[in-house]
Design a protein around this ligand. Structure first.
Ligand SMILES: [Zn+2]
Length: 242
């Protein structure tokens, strides 16, 4: 399955798949993802650790600069205090506010890590930002959808690969009792698409399923949806049946 856009013909099956389009407004110095959702990863769940273990550390490239504010771009090149106590990102030789860059090898998408360690060392945490893909790769087959604590959404393939669920920036997902209306509806619509296509259409679409099945929507807004379930197609169909 390859990502289809109604106004652009970008996909050549012989060359691969489309997963990222840059949006730019040069007059005001803005560049970012045209369609892909930006994902912020702040928790340290087993799924996050699994995903992190597959990333490849790399030098900063133009894709990483889109994940930080313009004035932050130089900090992408500063080492962590653990690597250089004299780094511009080091704080008194022990604390740190560095950035670190990786490539997610599955889709070639950029990942930026933000390190925050206080001088005392009492607080020491990494958070991450990346983009969601627009679809799985052409030969990937979806095995299950994972809702990670109600705010991160993963796809696991039949080859046991864990990736972020295809997601559009304008239709960010939410699940659980505190989910916003738009996010819950977008996620319910995506689940319904999987059910209706027997898991074949995994692309995040712009104009489809704006009116999801009320039973799926009600389940997306339930406590169960926030308890990190792994949902196979069979599970999704059971939810739709009520
Ligand atoms: Zn650091």
């Amino acid at each position: 399955m390859s990502y289809p856009h109604p106004n652009l013909n970008l996909t050549n099956p012989k060359k691969g798949y489309t997963h990222f389009v840059v949006y730019a407004e040069p007059q005001i110095g803005v560049a970012g993802a045209a369609w892909n959702a930006t994902i912020s990863i702040e928790g340290n769940t087993p799924y996050v650790r699994e995903w992190l273990s597959g990333l490849q550390r790399c030098e900063p490239n133009p894709l990483h600069t889109m994940l930080v504010d313009n004035q932050e771009i130089p900090t992408l090149f500063h080492p962590c205090v653990d690597e250089d106590t004299n780094s511009p990102s080091a704080v008194a030789g022990v604390g740190c506010i560095c950035r670190r860059t990786w490539c997610d090898p599955t889709f070639g998408l950029p990942v930026v890590g933000r390190h925050h360690r206080t001088r005392s060392g009492d607080f020491d945490r990494w958070t991450y930002t990346t983009y969601a893909p627009l679809d799985l790769r052409p030969d990937d087959v979806l095995a299950c959808v994972v809702i990670d604590r109600g705010n991160l959404f993963w796809a696991r393939t039949t080859t046991d690969m864990l990736v972020f669920l295809p997601q559009l920036g304008k239709r960010g997902y939410n699940a659980g009792p505190f989910a916003g209306d738009g996010g819950a509806a977008a996620f319910a619509a995506y689940l319904q698409q999987l059910i209706d296509t027997e898991g074949q259409d995994t692309a995040a679409h712009h104009h489809r399923y704006d009116d999801p099945d009320p039973r799926i929507l009600a389940w997306v807004r339930s406590t169960a949806a926030a308890e990190s379930p792994e949902l196979t197609l069979k599970d999704l169909k059971a939810i739709q049946r009520g």
